[in-house]
Design a protein around this ligand. Structure first.
Ligand code: 5CA
Ligand code: ZN
Length: 414
């Protein structure tokens, strides 16, 4: 699938720091320690109701990770999927009388435009579920060879007992798993399953549903195996970070880890599992199913700048849940104005110590509120004491762009 075009990321020069982030699986902040090439997989959208602020916040969080990696000298190999065939998309198609393919194409295009607008770095491989069906089939065949698959009325399920370490990403107990499984696409109540938690790998065709002819029969892929097939195709085992919003911890990322580790007879699938907190609106998680959505394209059409949206997101630590509010956006817009004014002055306070503070904050589990506060202090000092460094505004504009993806039209840039 076509990705989107990349913003230019200026180089800040030497001094970038090794990045540590919170790993859900071990419950600790750990070094990401990638090789020269950092390998990242972030779960992509199911293309309907794109792009809401919850999506935007999650992709901006992983964009910040990439920028910190790049600043410390790594190339990033970034892969993202599009779940362009799955139950929720088909339900939306039926509810609105549209073709599922049309919805998927339109919403994926809207997502690309929103990501480009937000200056989010594009994945090197942007892969749809439909185009990865041959890989999904190979993965399921491999799992079957390992005795991890059973047939239930033509549907194929993964037997979670084939993975002795099942559940190690989320660390949840069984009661919590059962509740979340029912809520997030599983079918724990279906009679005949060996274990209620066993996830679907392949769904045999149903009347009126799209299906593909494969060696597994006529049907379509399950959800978790889609991401595993795409990640293994492009990144291989033991890639650096598996990312997504916190709602994907269980079952999606636990199932993905189990599928891959049983299939490859090797661990870990990912070295680290990183999850962004959930953005809410009106006291609930912002979600397509609840319909309480604020869309990037609406803000864009209303003249809100990319810098303001990014700063409204980056004002929150990525790991916290937080509510989207008009006040948060207004605060971000005034921060944009303050920073732009400071960066437009002919001189400013020395840049280096502020850049170091921003780098330290980002290397420490992507502490963007702390990085923003460092830049606030630099701007404040520029207004109060003026500062005599003629190069400093230019260098700080580069830092804000490189590390935060925030591009401001300053005197130097116009
Ligand atoms: N296609 C699957 C992943 S393979 C999926 O979850 N799609 S999604 O469209 O529902 O979500 C896309 C990404 O946005 C996921 O990483 C999800 O965790 C994240 N996300 C969804 N809602 C929110 C929210 N309210 N706050 C933060 N992130 C969210
Ligand atoms: Zn996924």
């Amino acid at each position: 699938m076509q990705s989107w075009s990349s913003p230019v990321v200026p180089s800040l020069g030497p001094g970038g720091l090794p990045v540590r982030v919170f790993d859900t699986a071990s419950g600790a902040v750990r070094p990401t320690a990638p090789g020269p090439e950092a390998r990242l997989y972030v779960c992509g959208i199911t293309p309907y109701d794109a792009t809401h602020m919850g999506h935007a916040a999650t992709y901006v969080a992983f964009d910040t990770l990439q920028r910190a990696w790049m600043d410390s000298g790594h190339d990033v190999f970034y892969v993202q999927n599009v779940t362009d065939i799955d139950d929720p998309l088909l339900e939306r198609a039926i509810a609105t009388g549209q073709e599922w393919r049309d919805i998927a194409q339109r919403e994926t295009q809207l997502f690309r435009e929103d990501m480009e607008f937000l200056r989010v770095l594009p994945p090197r491989e942007y892969i749809g579920a439909v185009e990865s069906i041959p890989s999904v089939v190979r993965c399921i065949q491999g799992l079957r060879d390992r005795g991890a698959v059973y047939d239930l009325e033509g549907d194929l399920y993964f037997d979670i007992t084939s993975d002795a370490l099942f559940g190690s990403v989320s660390g949840l107990d069984r009661a919590e798993m059962l509740a979340l499984c029912a809520e997030r696409g599983g079918d724990p109540l279906r009679p005949g399953k060996r274990d209620p938690l066993d996830p679907l790998l392949w769904r045999a065709t149903r009347p009126e549903e799209p299906a593909w002819h494969t060696e597994l029969g006529y049907g379509r892929p399950g959800w978790h195996i889609e991401c595993v097939a795409i990640a293994l195709d492009h990144l291989g085992m033991t890639f650096d970070v598996q990312g997504g919003g916190r709602d994907l911890t269980f079952p999606h990322h636990d199932m993905g880890a189990s599928h891959a580790e049983v299939l490859e007879d090797q661990r870990p699938y990912a070295r680290l599992y990183m999850h962004a907190g959930l953005v809410g609106l009106g006291g609930e998680k912002m979600s397509k199913s609840l319909g309480n959505l604020v869309f990037v394209h609406r803000l864009r059409e209303g003249g809100v700048s990319s810098a303001a949206i990014r700063l409204a997101i980056l004002a929150h630590h990525y790991r916290h849940d937080w509510p989207w509010t008009d006040e948060g956006l207004v605060a971000a817009e005034s921060r944009c104005i303050r920073w732009t004014a400071a960066l437009s002055r002919p001189s400013g306070p020395p840049a280096q110590s502020t850049i170091e503070a921003m780098r330290r904050a980002l290397a420490d589990d992507l502490d963007t509120p702390r990085a923003l506060a460092a830049m606030d202090r630099w701007a404040e000092e520029s207004f109060t004491t003026g500062g005599s460094d003629g190069d400093s505004p230019r260098v700080m504009a580069i830092a804000v762009d490189a590390l935060l993806g925030v591009e401001l039209s300053t005197a130097a840039s116009v």
